[in-house]
Design a protein around this ligand. Structure first.
Ligand code: SF4
Length: 146
């Protein structure tokens, strides 16, 4: 069975920055994914040593900064390295990652102004996986994985 790396919050883990599990994809889609893949879950921000709940953070150039000005770049890098290590360990060639997140987002992320404005770019984990030939899907593309 093929393996798929998945953002843990999409599977209902309450690891979102504000806590809670509102990113859950729902029972039906979760069951469909489980039928098709061996799922490997990761929350890069938690894996990188950040607590839940935590301050929201956004990418600012090469850095990641919280809304209170704390530099959390190293936490994000460690989390990305953990996600890549899991892909290598379990042979995941695809990942289903949460859109817009400064860790997991692909193509568009928040622009660092904490105003809800999106800009082109990848989250730190999505970027590292893409650089290492993992095909990254967002939850908006989940159907194409089934
Ligand atoms: Fe979800 Fe990724 Fe944010 Fe963790 S880092 S809460 S997996 S979007």
């Amino acid at each position: 069975m093929e393996t798929l790396l998945v953002s843990a919050c999409l599977l209902g883990y309450p690891c979102k920055y504000c806590g809670g599990s509102s990113n859950f994809i729902g029972d039906e889609k979760w069951a469909a994914l489980k039928e098709r893949y061996r799922l490997v879950s990761v929350c890069p921000e938690f894996a990188g040593g950040l607590p839940t709940p935590r301050d929201p953070s956004e990418r600012v150039g090469d850095r990641v900064v919280s809304n209170h000005g704390a530099d959390v770049t190293e936490n994000y890098r460690r989390g990305a390295e953990t996600a890549l290590a899991l892909c290598r360990r379990f042979g995941c060639k695809k990942a289903l990652l949460k859109a817009k997140s400064p860790s997991c987002g692909r193509d568009f992320i928040y622009d660092g102004s904490f105003s809800g404005t999106l800009t082109e770019g990848h989250g730190v984990t999505a970027e590292l996986l893409l650089e290492n030939d993992v095909v990254v899907f967002s939850e908006k593309e989940l159907e194409s994985l089934l």
